[in-house]
Design a protein around this ligand. Structure first.
Ligand SMILES: C[S@@+](CC[C@H](N)C(=O)[O-])C[C@H]1O[C@@H](n2cnc3c(N)ncnc32)[C@H](O)[C@@H]1O
Length: 266
């Protein structure tokens, strides 16, 4: 079943008065809906199942958590609604370039041409700064290593080496970034850095830009990106959705999800 068919069936369900949002929430982030009997669709005959991007033929890189599947689902939905062409993607926190390549592969497989922009501190990250930024993974590889990895793909990309708090305002000031279609904010997760990244990113949005924030901490309302995201949830200019699935880190008790933001009038 492809996404279009899935959407179609979803709409059939809605027309029949089924509360699809309830189903969606209870089942996770993506729902595949199959009917036992296609001629006589009745809501009590519906079987709901989790449908992952892989099931739809998407090749995903190694994921850093199950919540990362949302990146591919959301980009895929964005691509559903747009004609073929250039797709501008911005990722703050490129790390090893795995997500960059996964997202560009997805655009390519949908006959779109990705232009990826990535920003990271790469080897300039220190242990102290990593702690301040609530870093949970190993240090990123060097800029040169990631740049080579991306160059080997033949996709178009730009990679910036530096602190997003300083470098992103400069890039924007110098007009180096056009408006972006898909933005992933996944660099430093301190309250200050996320605020600074967001204040830059909002100036790069167009009417249908999709912004994903990683690290919405369901276990702590004062930590990391959550205070900002909670503020944006009550801002009438935006629609903000907390996404499933949520990763639980047993050792620390952290519960981490992603949040999606679009303009309210998109
Ligand atoms: C969680 S990792 C990103 C993972 C990556 N987005 C992926 O999908 O694989 C966070 C990255 O942000 C970078 N980072 C943290 N604080 C930063 C800052 N202030 N400016 C730029 N990069 C930063 C780190 O070096 C690290 O590579």
């Amino acid at each position: 079943m492809n996404i279009q068919e899935f959407r179609y069936e979803f709409n059939v369900l809605k027309d029949q008065g089924m509360d699809v949002n309830k189903v969606k929430k209870s089942q996770g982030f993506a729902v595949g809906i199959f009917f036992k009997n296609e001629d006589h669709v009745r809501k009590d005959e519906v079987i709901v199942d989790l449908l992952y991007p892989e099931d739809m033929g998407m090749k995903l890189p190694k994921l850093r958590g199950k919540r990362y599947r949302q990146l591919y689902m959301q980009l895929s939905r964005f691509l559903d609604d747009r004609p073929r062409g250039l797709v501008n993607i911005l990722e703050i926190g490129t790390y090893d370039g795995g997500t960059a390549i996964g997202l560009m592969d997805l655009c390519h497989s949908r006959k779109c041409a990705p232009l990826y922009t990535g920003i990271d501190l790469f080897e300039s990250m220190s242990k102290e700064r990593q702690k301040e930024e609530i870093g949970k993974s190993k240090m990123a590889p060097s800029f040169n290593k990631v740049e080579k990895k991306l160059r080997d793909t033949n996709y178009k990309f730009r990679l910036f080496h530096g602190d997003s708090r300083q470098i992103l305002p400069e890039i924007i000031l110098h007009g180096l970034l056009p408006s972006q279609d898909f933005i992933f904010i996944d660099g430093g997760h301190s309250v200050e850095t996320v605020k600074s990244d967001w204040s830059c990113v909002r100036s790069l949005m167009h009417k249908s830009t999709v912004v994903l924030f990683d690290d919405y901490y369901h276990h702590d309302e004062n930590l990391g990106p959550r205070p900002l995201i909670d503020e944006l949830r009550s801002d009438p200019a935006f629609k903000v959705e907390l996404l499933d699935p949520i990763d639980t880190i047993t050792k620390s008790g952290m519960r981490i999800g992603m949040a999606k933001l679009v303009q309210a009038n998109s």
